[in-house]
Design a protein around this ligand. Structure first.
Ligand SMILES: Cc1cc2nc3c(=O)[nH]c(=O)nc-3n(C[C@H](O)[C@H](O)[C@H](O)COP(=O)(O)O)c2cc1C
Length: 341
């Protein structure tokens, strides 16, 4: 994890960039696939998709892959801000070069703000929480703070009404049925929850509830028994929000990932538990249902469940991460010298 001190004069930029890429490894990703690869240059950090850890049956268009990579991108931005480094971020994918996702360039230095310090600390605490939430409503102000965090990344965040939550539950259950009927998809899920997945990836049993939680909207079925102990309460106070934007291009999926990360880190600071629901987006038919539910306001990219986690039950442990050597490559020129901060 990066330190929260002011920029160290004379320190090679490449060292700060490599450290930010390492911090970005803590980002959430679909099935914990961590489908990113970083290239550290003398004064820039390039982000690539690593399709060797993609989910062709679950996520054929790569929506969740890009959303996950962009969560890592936002984590890297947060890490650099906490080092007092100002950045410019270009989102890059084109049909000719779909896997070169983004470039982060250092544009200057600035004093480290308390907000930057809080956000980078949230990276170390953030996790996915599949436990039912407790009897405490989120306040309108809390939701507003998350909305602003997403809006700063160019993405809208809408809290579903009770009627829309009921519609979401129907759509999620339909998406679950579609997934369960597809043997390739079930095999893929099983691979990333228990099968022959790369070391340091996947969703371990100890973050999956030991029984089906009582929730308004059914959680994803990971097709393996979990061991995370949960209480028997119903999460009727959970809030469901949808991240959406005006267009539905790969750059929008990247912005959605940055917004997810921004809202999630803010939620972590506020003590709010977060669970993404992506199956309903992965399945074409139910993604269209969500679009209609948003009354054609925009294109849905991800649903998040928000709530207060039960403090009487031990939370889920940390999920594993790939060794940085698998995801970070340092250019020989950057290794040699490169400009200093
Ligand atoms: C784009 C995206 C989609 C996700 N979709 C789901 C989902 O549908 N159901 C679920 O239980 N977790 C979902 N997750 C959470 C991941 O499984 C989780 O981030 C990963 O296992 C790493 O664990 P951590 O978030 O605790 O670090 C999603 C995460 C991302 C980034």
């Amino acid at each position: 994890m990066t330190s929260t001190s002011a920029p160290t004069p004379g320190r090679p930029l490449a060292a700060a960039l490599a450290e930010a890429a390492e911090t970005a490894g803590h980002a959430p990703s679909i099935h914990n696939t961590q489908p990113w690869r970083w290239r550290v240059g003398t004064d820039a950090l390039d982000l690539y998709a690593d399709r060797s850890r993609s989910l062709p049956a679950t996520d054929p268009d790569g929506r969740m892959l890009l959303t996950s990579c962009a969560a890592a991108l936002h984590h890297a931005q947060v890490a650099l801000a906490a080092e007092g480094l100002l950045t410019a971020v270009e989102l890059l994918p084109t049909p000719a070069e779909p896997d070169h996702l983004a470039r982060v360039t250092i544009t200057g230095t600035a004093p480290v703000t308390p907000e930057a310090v809080r956000l980078v600390q949230a990276i170390g605490m953030r996790h996915t929480d599949r436990r039912p939430t407790i009897e405490e409503e989120l306040t309108a102000d809390q939701i507003e703070q998350l909305r602003q965090a997403a809006a700063a990344q160019g993405v809208h965040l809408h809290r579903l009404t009770p009627d829309q939550t009921t519609e979401l539950a129907v759509a999620v259950s339909r998406a679950e049925d579609v997934a369960a009927a597809d043997p390739a998809l079930v095999a893929e899920t099983t691979r990333w929850t228990g099968g022959d997945r790369p070391d340091g990836t996947g969703v371990p049993a100890d973050v999956i509830p030991d029984r089906r939680p009582q929730t308004d909207v059914g959680e994803r079925d990971f097709a393996v028994p979990g061991t995370l102990r949960i209480g028997g309460e119903h999460d009727k106070h959970a809030a469901y929000v949808v991240l959406f934007s005006d267009t539905d291009e790969p750059r929008d999926w990247l912005r959605a990932g940055q917004a997810m990360s921004a809202a999630w880190l803010r939620a972590t600071e506020l003590g709010i538990a977060v669970l993404p629901f992506s199956q309903v987006i992965e399945v074409d038919a139910t993604r269209q249902l969500l679009r209609r539910m948003l009354a054609d306001l925009g294109y849905a990219h991800l649903v998040l469940r928000l709530g207060i986690a039960d403090p009487d039950h031990v939370g889920p442990p940390r999920t594993p991460r790939l060794d940085a050597a698998h995801t970070i490559e340092i250019d020989p020129a950057a290794r040699a010298a490169g400009p200093a901060v």
